[in-house]
Design a protein around this ligand. Structure first.
Ligand SMILES: NC(=O)c1ccc[n+]([C@@H]2O[C@H](COP(=O)([O-])OP(=O)(O)OC[C@H]3O[C@@H](n4cnc5c(N)ncnc54)[C@H](OP(=O)(O)O)[C@@H]3O)[C@@H](O)[C@H]2O)c1
Length: 405
């Protein structure tokens, strides 16, 4: 592997303890960023030094006014101006803090400058991306540099992919160690998406060849596993199970779980994972398949892509009243070494309220908790594991063992 460090770059940048902030939230003016800011306002310890960042100070002031209504002490919360098109402003954000949260997406278009700065400066980073192209490109370009600087780059700290990643980690810990394990996850969900999520998803659909190229480049760059562990993913057709009609979910979660399983010995010598959406009725499963096919086809041509993007505007998302009716439950069936276990991760509005909670708690966990030493692009299970599960349970998410046999 080539060494792309500039000659003068130190292996580990100067101590991060003298930086002015523990946490900076970049993208605080967006829909999910605003919810994350409100969560931090209500839950972060008084000792946490944090700031908001975004491209418009006037919009950040509006967010800060909302936060001051939650906690008057936040009326003076520092505001940092930063635009992804202005590299120096992004560098200033990354240099000012120990941990940065980014809700600035679509990440494949807007995310790279901040990951690059964090990898260079040793700043821990969390985001909400579910875009495999982005995650794979960031691995190829910045993983080695982040390992050298000590930065923990943790993508997918929202509904993509914390319930899957930490739910699998939780399930594996209920099974015997040192034996082959199989875990299948079945998602049931009632929710609606935001404009930012729609625009990110259409971006993925519109450029599937780039996703495949990025995946191939990553495979070439990744060192061969030294553990000898075999990790496999199930991708079956629609079978009928106790969970209902189950459709394989082609989202980033399986890749994230596979990376945790490759990195951590607790997943055993041979680990298999399957990730499915469970629907009560066959017509709903078929309609979902057809709908996804139509959306992918529409994303290929500019006029139909423009129509798709009009379905929701960036900055907007479901109202609080709607979100209050949303819920999710991810049921895991695990087996190995003669033991079976059924577990569940569950919560309220998955895409936004629970996502804001998961993202904020991930950042607080990196900033405050005693964690295993990791660096580079790492998953939530690798970087935070049970410390983050404990935080999420305290914050109201369910991690439960339903049945063992
Ligand atoms: N995986 C998950 O579970 C999950 C859940 C929720 C969201 N997400 C992802 O999170 C991202 C945000 O979603 P959202 O609904 O919150 O989107 P959003 O409301 O459109 O917010 C986007 C944010 O990015 C900022 N921004 C845009 N261009 C910028 C630039 N050049 N420089 C600096 N900031 C810039 C916007 O600032 P302005 O206010 O100035 O426009 C805004 O703060 C999306 O990629 C979405 O897919 C993922």
């Amino acid at each position: 592997m080539t060494d792309d460090r500039p000659a003068a770059e130190p292996d580990r940048p100067a101590s991060k303890s003298d930086r002015p902030y523990d946490l900076v939230l970049f993208g605080a003016t967006g829909f999910t960023g605003g919810l994350t800011a409100e969560y931090l306002a209500g839950r972060a310890d008084a000792g946490v030094r944090w700031a908001l960042a975004g491209r418009s100070i006037a919009k950040l002031e509006d967010v800060r006014d909302r936060l001051a209504a939650i906690d008057p002490a936040l009326a003076e919360l520092p505001l940092l101006q930063a635009d992804t098109a202005d590299e120096a402003s992004i560098e200033r954000v990354a240099a000012s803090t120990r941990v940065v949260i980014s809700t600035v997406g679509p990440y494949v278009r807007l995310g790279e400058p901040l990951v690059a700065a964090c990898a260079r400066l040793g700043t821990d980073y969390v985001d909400l991306t579910g875009e495999p192209t982005f995650v794979d490109r960031m691995y190829v370009k910045y993983h080695e540099q982040a390992v050298r600087s000590g930065a923990r780059i943790v993508h997918a700290c929202g509904f993509d992919s914390i319930p899957s990643d930490l739910g699998t980690y939780f399930t594996v810990q209920q099974l015997p160690a040192g034996v082959p394990l199989r875990v299948e996850a079945f998602l049931r969900v009632h929710a609606q998406f935001s404009g930012g999520t729609l625009h990110s998803a259409v971006g993925i659909f519109a450029d599937l060849p780039s996703m495949l190229r990025a995946e191939r480049d990553r495979r070439r760059a990744e060192p061969a596993s030294t553990s000898g562990r075999k990790v496999s993913l199930e991708r079956g057709p629609i079978p009928h199970t106790r969970a209902g009609w189950t459709v394989p979910l082609p989202v980033i979660d399986s890749q994230i779980v596979a990376r945790s399983a490759t990195a951590l010995d607790r997943y055993g010598p041979d680990f298999t994972f399957g990730h499915f959406l469970a629907l009560k009725r066959l017509p709903a499963a078929v309609a979902l398949g057809i709908g996804t096919g139509v959306a992918i086809a529409a994303a290929q041509l500019p006029p139909t892509r423009a129509l798709l993007l009009k379905l929701a505007t960036p900055g907007e998302g479901p109202s609080a009243a709607r979100r209050a009716k949303h819920w999710f439950s991810l049921t895991f069936a695990g087996e190995g070494g003669g033991k079976r276990v059924v577990t569940e991760v569950s919560g309220g509005d998955p895409g936004y309220d629970e996502t804001a909670k998961m993202l904020a708690e991930s950042a607080l966990c990196l900033a405050q908790d005693d964690l295993p030493e990791t660096a580079g692009q790492v998953t939530t299970a690798q970087a935070m594991g049970n410390a983050l599960i404990d935080r999420l349970v305290k914050a109201g998410l369910g991690f439960r063992v339903l049945k063992t046999s």
